[in-house]
Design a protein around this ligand. Structure first.
Ligand code: LHQ
Length: 263
């Protein structure tokens, strides 16, 4: 039987979605992109899932578009992006649960965009990112032109894109392209530990935080203040807030995970 292009596994409220086209460094075809988007939506709707991890099988994270799988698709570039990559990136950014991009190896082209799109970016020591598009005379897509300049500024983004230079883990950490770097040997376990820790945090408050941060990236201060005031009401009315305050007064750790109760 043919193996799925996306492997799905659950451990302690963490759903891991593994890109599984190992022999091509998980280069993306339509099946992979559409299945990944579907699985993200499924994870969002599943109350047992509190954190989603996207990672790659084998030595690569994602080498971008499968260059052997583009010809004869019968779609223009614009149609292709609108059909596959753009819905995927929008789904990651709007998911109500935290998404971790667990970059185990090379992230190139649209794979680099995927590496940047997570709410948290965890890298293995041997991982690297290449805005490889200019090597094949294309424009960075799948959100790279939006994510990268916000992280490193216009000029460094332009240089990385124009020269398709490899960004290694220690530089990625310094440039703010990732939050943590873990040893290659323990990477998958370290990601799981991190994800489980995130899963104990107040899910409803994190959902609203993600919403506020995403909106703030394109809003004025006035708009951000208004949205914070609106969302704070929703957070303050939620049981998580009561639990946090009660736990503080009782001098005990807050318990934000309740059986049968969604964030
Ligand atoms: C691959 C690929 C690959 C197929 C490695 N495809 N096989 C959106 C919409 C529409 C159209 C176009 O694009 C887009 C967005 C994009 O993503 S455009 C950018 C597309 N990606 C690339 O141009 C990256 C091409 N790959 C590379 O530059 C290198 O493979 C990298 C730097 C990723 C890794 O280099 P190495 O570590 O030296 O590995 P390798 O080159 O030896 O690759 C290993 C195998 O994976 C090899 O197959 P083989 O049968 O020879 O072992 C490669 O052919 C295959 N592979 N990327 N994108």
């Amino acid at each position: 039987m043919e193996q799925s292009v996306i492997l799905v596994s659950d451990r302690s409220a963490v759903r891991t979605l593994t890109l599984n086209r190992e022999s091509k460094l998980n280069a993306a075809n339509d099946d992979l992109l559409l299945t990944l988007t579907d699985e993200l939506k499924r994870a969002d709707a599943d109350p047992s899932v509190r954190v989603v991890v996207i990672t790659g099988a084998g030595r690569g994270f994602c080498a971008g578009q499968d260059l052997g799988d583009v010809s004869g698709r019968g779609m223009t570039f614009t149609e292709h992006l609108n059909h596959t990559y753009n819905p995927l990136v929008r789904t990651i950014r709007s998911l109500s649960k935290p998404v971790i991009s667990a970059v185990n190896g090379v992230a190139a082209g649209a794979g680099a965009s995927l590496a940047l799109a997570g709410d948290v970016r965890l890298w293995a020591q041997g991982a690297n990112l290449i805005e490889v598009f200019s090597n094949i005379a294309l424009v960075p897509d799948s959100g790279s032109t939006w994510f990268l300049p916000r992280l490193v500024g216009y000029h460094r983004a332009f240089e990385l894109m124009a020269l398709a230079e490899k960004v290694r883990a220690e530089d990625a950490l310094r440039l703010g392209l990732c939050e943590q770097v873990f040893p290659d040997e323990t990477f998958r376990d370290d990601v799981q530990v991190y994800a489980e820790r995130l899963a104990t945090r107040p899910a409803h408050a994190l959902k609203l935080t993600k919403q506020a941060l995403n909106a703030a990236l394109t809003s004025t201060l006035d708009q951000a203040l208004d949205l914070e005031a609106e969302l704070q009401q929703l957070a303050g009315d939620h049981w998580e807030h009561e639990e946090g305050v009660t736990a503080f007064k009782d001098k005990r750790p807050a318990q934000f995970v309740r059986e049968g109760q969604e964030g």
